[in-house]
Design a protein around this ligand. Structure first.
Ligand SMILES: *[C@@H]1O[C@H](CO)[C@@H](O)[C@H](O)[C@H]1NC(C)=O
Length: 393
């Protein structure tokens, strides 16, 4: 005979309650244990985000194939395969990876897709150029990356570019000109911080805001161009003076300041917020005449926050003639001849110490048969030395 019902029912209830409590606890403890792993991960983490060791390790990301940015893209008209050849060569030689964003012809833009406010004097090629830059900004927003470095297709840089960027990273991690303290996320992940919309590392000329000449970060950099080079660029030279640099400093120091007046969009990085602001300022609201002058205007009017590096790390490479610009339309008298007769070899670049392009030419230079001759002679000399040893045994 089983136990009486009077006992069975409360017993069953008790079992139910007990198992329910255990059930809840198992949830709780699972929860607790997972949160404790998260906690212990941060607790055990001996990495002090403010330590020099961590900052130096993060700055080393500037040496990677995207120079410490999410990716590097470059804009080139699909038919400028000559420039693409050059950029691929340069990138390969310097250990960086470039992704092509095709340039756009002004005539490809539908009249309905034209932004508001375009000046009557704006050339179709300038509109095409603008369109390609806008496509690059969208490329960042469509990705998961924090930053994107955007190049045009006619660049040169100083031969120590990666070192320049590593130093820039350390400076920006210890920036005295930020408006806010870096977040833990920035300290952990962003070699150049994320407190900017645009980081211009390839301005042709620039000048700072007249009211904020005291806002700058200045450091020694052995890879800045000689003062004679900088003096050829009046605006840049005067700007450095305005920021308090003397002739003795120019040629030894690099300067980072809030972007105000900039010329060229040869090489600049953007953050996600930067891509949003640029899309807002230069598409959603409207566009006037050229991507670089419109961007500079947005800096001056304070609608986009940028930093500019002076002297720049990256510059345009000029080879002369109409090959130098895709910003003129066929029939424009400024087109000139397309042929310069010596390929890229006689080209030059401003604002740099040394030239990555020239260095590359020298380094890839080979005299194969001279090498054979030399090595064979050395081998022959070894053999005669050996045979002249006294015979053993
Ligand atoms: C280079 O470093 C940046 C910053 O940490 C990172 O976002 C990017 O993915 C790295 N690039 C490569 C190719 O590893």
């Amino acid at each position: 005979m089983g136990p009486p019902r009077a006992i069975l029912l409360p017993a069953l209830l008790l079992i139910l309650i007990i198992s329910f409590v255990f059930f809840l606890q198992s949830f709780d403890s699972a929860d607790f244990s997972s949160s404790s792993t998260v906690l212990s991960a941060t607790k055990d983490d001996t990495v002090d985000l403010k330590s020099t060791a961590h900052q130096e390790a993060l700055a080393k990301h500037a040496l990677n194939s995207s120079l410490g940015f999410g990716e590097i893209v470059y804009i080139s008209m699909p038919d400028r395969t000559d420039r693409q050849d050059a950029m691929t060569l340069l990138a390969s030689f310097f250990g960086i990876k470039l992704k092509l964003i095709p340039g756009v012809r002004g005539s490809e833009i539908s009249p309905k897709a034209m932004p508001d406010g375009v000046y009557r004097t704006t050339r179709p090629s300038e509109l095409g150029c603008w369109r390609a830059h806008v496509n690059a900004w969208r490329y960042l927003l469509d990705s998961d990356m924090d930053t994107l470095l955007i190049f045009e297709d006619d660049l040169d840089w100083n031969t120590n570019l990666k070192k320049t960027m590593e130093t820039l990273s350390l400076q920006m991690q210890n920036s005295q000109i930020r408006l806010s303290e870096p977040s833990d996320y920035e300290r952990a992940n962003a070699p150049y911080g994320l407190d900017w919309d645009v980081l211009d590392i390839g301005s042709c000329k620039d000048s700072g805001h007249p009211d904020f000449k005291d806002v700058s970060q200045i450091w020694n950099d052995p890879d800045v161009p000689d003062i004679r080079v900088t003096k050829r660029n009046k605006l840049m030279y005067n700007s450095l003076h305005d920021f308090g640099l003397t002739d003795a400093d120019i040629g030894k120091k690099r300067l980072l300041a809030p972007a105000y007046l900039t010329v060229c969009t040869s090489a600049y990085a953007i953050t996600r917020q930067g891509a949003e602001r640029l899309l807002m300022a230069m598409s959603y609201i409207g566009f006037r005449n050229a991507v670089d002058t419109d961007m500079s205007r947005a800096f001056r009017e304070g609608r986009v926050r940028g930093y500019m590096l002076t002297p720049p790390a990256i510059s345009q490479f000029r080879i002369g003639g109409s090959k130098d610009t895709d910003n003129r339309d066929p029939g424009d008298p400024r087109m000139g001849s397309t042929i310069n007769g010596h390929g890229n070899l006689h080209g030059f670049s401003a604002n740099l110490k040394g030239s990555a392009r020239k260095w590359m030419v020298d380094n890839l230079n080979l005299n194969n048969w001279e090498d054979y001759k030399r090595i064979r002679q050395e081998k022959l000399a070894e053999v005669t030395e050996e045979s002249s040893l006294p015979a053993r045994g």
